[in-house]
Ligand binder design. Structure first.
Ligand SMILES: C[S@@+](CC[C@H](N)C(=O)[O-])C[C@H]1O[C@@H](n2cnc3c(N)ncnc32)[C@H](O)[C@@H]1O
Length: 225
């Protein structure tokens, strides 16, 4: 992790978003079925889910609409997903509770820390990162979630044959990510047309906003060698 005066440089800003009544209710009524606490140690996922299935991890689900859809579409996988903002957490719990989904758990914490401390190496089927904050300004580039170090961390946690899936609507960031992945012998990029959204990834809220602004979208699918 990049440090500044011994403090980690975070890829997010803590905002005090206001919860709607429905989000608050969802957390109160169903939080115990979906939330797991951050722990500063390895955890066993054996009895965490209704069924023991391969696990896909996500960093930064935002309001959670696409994450909910992916979870619902893939009952043969379990999902552990992270974000730091409470309204999105309430919203995702609300969506999952309506369909009584049993294959998703949510951790409200920095996803990089979760990955580093709670997961054994080479245990994940995949990692999804959809529309990481672009941190456009040069002086903010160091806050970007995806860099050489985090790609190394991801490759340590994904099993051979598993998949890292990244999407972004910020061209310079996309190019940087593609270059970094190509330089890393642990990955093989498997899609040819980066501007073609795979049909298994629903459009996300942040993506819709970017497209309204005329941004192109990049999907990068990198297989763990
Ligand atoms: C630009 S938004 C995109 C949200 C969503 N994936 C979408 O496409 O609509 C990025 C999200 O990543 C979250 N985020 C950034 N860094 C994170 C980290 N280290 N751990 C967990 N979440 C993070 C932010 O809180 C924010 O909700």
């Amino acid at each position: 992790m990049i440090m500044n005066n011994n403090r980690p440089i975070r890829s997010y800003v803590k905002r005090q978003g206001r919860l709607t009544k429905a989000q608050k209710n969802a957390i109160e009524l169903h939080g115990r079925n979906y939330l797991i606490d951050f722990q500063d140690e390895l955890i066993s996922f054996d009895n965490l889910f209704e069924k023991n299935l391969p696990i896909v991890f996500e960093i930064g689900f935002g309001m959670g609409g696409a994450t909910f859809q992916i979870t619902k579409d893939n009952p043969e996988k379990n999902f552990i997903v992270t974000d730091v903002h409470q309204p999105g957490i309430g919203n995702l719990i609300k969506l999952c509770a309506v369909d009584s989904l049993e294959n998703i758990k949510i951790i409200q914490h920095d996803g990089l820390e979760v990955l580093r401390t709670m997961f054994t190496d080479y245990g994940l089927l995949g990692i999804n990162i959809f529309f990481p904050d672009p941190w456009h300004k040069k002086r903010h580039n160091k806050r970007r979630l995806i860099n050489k170090d985090s790609l190394e961390l991801f490759s340590k946690k994904i099993m051979v044959g598993g998949m890292l899936h990244i999407a972004t609507d910020w061209e310079p960031y996309a190019i940087e990510i593609i270059d970094l992945i190509r330089q890393d012998s642990d990955y093989e990029i498997i899609n040819n047309d980066f501007n073609q959204r795979p049909n298994f990834r629903p459009e996300t809220k942040y993506e819709s906003r970017g497209m309204r602004l005329g941004h192109k979208v990049w999907d990068i699918l990198a297989k763990r060698r």
